[in-house]
Every structure is written in C-alpha cells, then in structure tokens.
Design a protein around this ligand. Structure first.
Ligand SMILES: Nc1nc2c(c(=O)[nH]1)N[C@H]1C(S)=C(S)[C@@H](COP(=O)(O)O)O[C@H]1N2
Ligand SMILES: [Mo]
Length: 419
C-alpha cells in the first residue's frame, strides 16, 4: 500500500537533527495522510501479514511518522492501533495510538527555543532545554502501558458518547527520561505544596474551551515512578505522541500523560482545572454501576488502571482445525501491582484453565503475555475468554457501566470457528 511518494515522505521525516519537523512539512504530510485514507486494506507489518478490521464508518489513515492506523477523527487526530500489533510486547512507535483533544497540536517544535518551565510554589523557578535535562539528570527507563481512559468504549451497552474506540487505544513502550521528582527537588518544593499541574504546547481553539492540563498529588509527583520522558522505544517521541517531552505516569490512565509537556507548576492549593474538576471523573464507589437514568452523584478523578486482558490469538482470520493444537495467546496488565495469574475458558466461562505467563517480564507496568495450548475436540464455534488476577487480588469479572465509558475491563469473549 506504500506508494513511492509515501516512502520519500518517510525519509524526510527521519531527520537526524532530532526531528524538527517544520509546520510546512507537516501540513504537506498531513495532506498526504488525508489523501491516503483507505478502507480495510491488507498490510504487511514487520512480523506477519494481517488485516485491519474495521467497524462500519471507520477508515484507515496514515499520518506523519505513523503507519496505517484506524482513524476515529482526523481533526484532532485520533488513531487506533490494530489488534495484531499486540502480538509484540512493545508497541512500535509508528503503530502507537494517538489521541489529542484539540486540533491545534504542536507541529513545529524547535529544540533551540523549546524550554520546559518549572514554577509555582518552589524555591527557584527553573527552565530546561532537552539538552539540559539530558545533561543535568540521571536518565531513567520504564516499560509501561499507556491506555486511554476510554479504551474499548465502543463495547459498552448501552452505548455512551465519546470516541468509539475498539481495544487499540493503548500501547506498551519503553519510556526514557528524567524522574519528575529529580526536577522538582532541584526546584525545591515548598513544604505546604498540595498538587502539581502539567500542561503542554497544544492550545484550546476557542476562548470558551479549557487548555488541556492535569494534576497529580504532590506525593505522587515526588514518587520514583513518574517520568518526564524524551524517548519512546529508544527514539525521540513521535510528534503525535508528544514530541519533545511527555509525562509518563506508570499505572495511571493516559489522560495524565501530558504530551508536548511545557509547564510544570507546584501548587499550595488543590488544582481545580476543568480537566480534573469536571472531566475525566468516575463514580466514587467504583463498584456502584451507573445507569443512564441513575448517574453517580459522587465522583472522583479517574486514576489508576484496573486489571484487564486482551486475547490476541487466534483471531478470526486464523484457521483452527479440530484435533490439532493451537496456542491461545493474550496480554494482561493492571495499575502496577503486576499480574499474578491468568485463566482461560474455551467453553464460554463454564470451566477455566490456568494460562502460562511468559518468562519475559518487562516489569509491573508492562503488558504481561500469557499462553495456553488448546486442542479443540470437534468442529464448532467456541467462546474463548480470559480473566486475569493481579497481585492486589483484583480479578476481572462483570463489566460495570459508567456514563463516560471509562475503565472497561470486563471479561471479553472471542468467537473462534473450528473447522
Ligand atoms: N498535551 C496533551 N496531552 C495529552 C492529551 C492532549 O489532548 N493534550 N490527551 C491525553 C489523553 S486523553 C490520552 S489518551 C493520551 C494519548 O497519548 P498518545 O497520543 O501518545 O497515545 O494523551 C494524553 N495527553
Ligand atoms: Mo484518553
């Protein structure tokens, strides 16, 4: 599906000087991307041939530094990763999903002038170029899943408004950068600090809209885990994933992973920005299911991810024959306690067998791969299910409905036709 023209574009974007892509170039790419909207086209990713499956009304598009992804909207770009990429532990940068709230996204970041600013309730206001960050601090690397709060939203019944994501509004990557706490300690956090807020270079298009900004409690911001990352899988961040810097909050939903991070502010009051106080909230009692006519009155900001699983093999393209062994394969992950065990059912949940966790353990914030060998006795349609238990004892079970379609983690079923 690659035209020679696309190939040229790709080389041009791989600028060894640190990927300063000018606005003009980006617009040119964007028009190529928009021009290459495809529907249901066969692809050849690195490892194997697969088909992008599309729900009606969706298309496939190619954006700068990205391969063909499922496109929910083009302005702002909302691009979903096709399922077959989750057969790899690390999601390739070019296939990593993309989600922005506003169409005015940063496309012409110049590293010569870009500065990360740290201010507010600190002893010393600081400002850093990317080079400063690399020079002044010890680098830190973590493998972690970045998952949109609304991943799998399209599967809720009754259906809820918002981006109708399938299961591909997530990805697992190796993030490298600087510990947020090292930056904050250098600035000297005042002892009465409460929250730390984060915002990026993207701007709200109308005065009546709120700039995208998030916050973390000071203790969380000063923990070892939170990173200000400049690399993803050993490369500078792709522009659409937050070049040149993004917050990485392992175990927490992606809404906190502020992209094109430009400003960090330490606050001695509770942060009350729109994106914390009004949006991205969940029922306070996480097990109280909302219904469309009985919405939760008490809400809290969405936070740590719950435990969930995804079956990645066999998929409905695979030919599965009675009497022959096939491998059922999937991934599980949670908010950072780590996956303890995974069970698989091939009879719609009547009986369960333990799957074998892969020995490759990329850490408690990563996808954890598991497998189970299965020999279907006879030709039939089987309902395959998987449920994970994490080290906190959380186990996947019934799906709770909530009005925003967040945190989906019910046990999913995949139908496999055995011939
Ligand atoms: N600056 C900025 N950061 C942002 C957002 C945004 O709109 N602007 N969206 C957030 C949301 S809701 C998601 S799901 C993730 C998506 O990250 P990705 O595009 O790298 O996959 O970015 C988060 N960080
Ligand atoms: Mo999101």
């Amino acid at each position: 599906m690659r035209t020679p023209q696309n190939e040229t574009e790709k080389t041009e974007s791989d600028d060894s000087l640190g990927r300063t892509i000018t606005r003009r170039k980006f617009l040119h790419f964007a028009s190529v991307a928009a021009g290459s909207v495809l529907t249901g086209c066969a692809l050849t990713p690195e490892s194997e041939k697969s088909i992008i499956k599309l729900n009606p009304g969706l298309s496939v598009a190619r954006f700068p530094e990205k391969t063909e992804l499922i496109m929910l909207t083009d302005r702002p770009p909302q691009l979903e990763t096709p399922l077959f990429y989750f057969r790899q532990d690390l999601t390739p940068n070019e296939a990593f999903f993309v989600r922005w709230h506003f169409s005015g996204i940063p496309t012409n970041v110049d590293l010569r002038t870009f500065r990360l600013e740290v201010g507010g309730s600190v002893s010393k206001t600081l400002s850093f170029s990317i080079e400063d960050l690399k020079r002044q601090f010890e680098p830190q690397t973590t493998v972690a899943v970045n998952q949109c709060s609304g991943n799998s939203r399209s599967l809720f019944t009754p259906q809820v408004p918002g981006g109708q994501w399938g299961n591909g509004a997530m990805g697992n990557a190796r993030w490298t950068g600087v510990r947020l706490k090292d930056i904050l300690n250098k600035a000297g956090v005042a002892s009465n600090s409460i929250d730390v807020s984060f915002s990026g270079l993207d701007e709200a298009p109308l005065y009546s809209m709120h700039k995208f900004a998030k916050s973390l409690h000071i203790e969380h911001a000063l923990s070892d885990e939170v990173l200000v990352a400049y690399e993803m899988n050993g490369e500078p961040l792709p522009m659409l994933n937050g070049y040149p810097l993004r917050l990485v909050v392992p175990g927490w939903y992606a809404t906190y992973w502020v992209k094109s991070l430009q400003k960090i502010e330490v606050l001695n009051t509770k942060f009350d920005g729109y994106w914390m106080a009004k949006a991205y909230r969940i029922p306070k009692n996480e097990h109280a299911s909302e219904t469309p006519d009985n919405l939760a009155k008490d809400t809290v900001p969405i936070n740590q991810m719950n435990v969930r699983s995804l079956l990645v093999r066999p998929d409905s393209n695979d030919v599965v024959r009675a009497g022959r062994a096939v491998e059922i394969e999937g991934i599980s992950f949670d908010g950072g306690s780590g996956i303890k065990s995974v069970e698989v059912s091939v009879d719609g949940g009547s009986t369960w067998k333990p799957a074998k966790l892969d020995s490759a353990d990329l850490g408690k914030f990563s996808f954890r791969r598991w497998r189970l060998s299965w020999t279907p006795a006879q030709a039939a349609t089987y309902n395959i299910m998987a449920r994970a238990t994490n080290n906190n004892g959380q186990i996947q079970g019934d799906q709770y409905w909530n009005k925003s379609g967040y945190m989906r983690n019910g046990i999913e079923q995949a139908q496999v036709v055995v011939i």
